[in-house]
Design a protein around this ligand. Structure first.
Ligand SMILES: [Zn+2]
Length: 187
């Protein structure tokens, strides 16, 4: 079978990776009061009709949504911002019509997870920490360094925290294992 152009698109957990053809292709003619969204990447014959009364008021309400192809800002792979997804964003969540999908779903999830971790890390920064919390903070810190949210110099702080834990009866083994990972494989 010939390779289809959507084969390498990121899969959406709900809608898949291929456009959902509806056969609807409204023409933007003012006389018929048709206003379509997103000119970039629009995939033909995928339109669904919008309920403009449910959208946040805008200068121009959108009468139809189309599946649109996008390039993810995180992983740089292509994905589809589905018409159904847009309806959900603009009519259920009532996001402003100019809100665009800049990341694929897996990358959006990852960003949210990292935000949660980052918040937890900041929270830990302000408290009097138990050994368990010191270890938790180091683990979170390492993820955030790996993901590029923290600069590499934070590593020195994390290593110092791990060295403190070497004296702990509950955490010394784990701290030792993490420290040797950070110093590279030893022989
Ligand atoms: Zn992505």
């Amino acid at each position: 079978m010939a390779k289809d152009r959507y084969q390498d698109f990121v899969e959406h957990p709900r809608y898949g990776r291929r456009p959902r053809k509806t056969g609807l292709e409204p023409r933007p003619e003012p006389s018929e009061h048709v206003f379509v969204h997103w000119h970039g990447g629009r995939i033909s014959e995928t339109a669904i009709t919008a309920d403009t009364s449910r959208q946040v008021p805008a200068t121009v309400q959108v009468t139809h949504y189309f599946d649109c192809s996008r390039v993810c800002r995180g992983c740089e792979r292509r994905f589809i911002f589905f018409a159904e997804e847009q309806r959900y964003w603009y009519e259920e969540l009532r996001l402003p019509l100019e809100a665009d999908a800049v990341r694929c779903v897996p990358c959006r999830r990852k960003v949210r997870e990292l935000q949660v971790l980052n918040l937890r890390y900041q929270e830990l920064c302000h408290s009097d920490l138990s050994e368990a919390e010191v270890y938790e903070m180091v683990e979170i810190g390492l993820v955030l360094v790996e993901e590029g949210l923290f600069q590499g110099k934070v590593l020195n702080k994390l290593k110092a925290m791990l060295r403190q834990l070497l004296k702990s009866s509950a955490y010394s083994e784990r701290a030792n294992a993490l420290l040797s990972e950070l110093h590279g494989p030893c022989c």
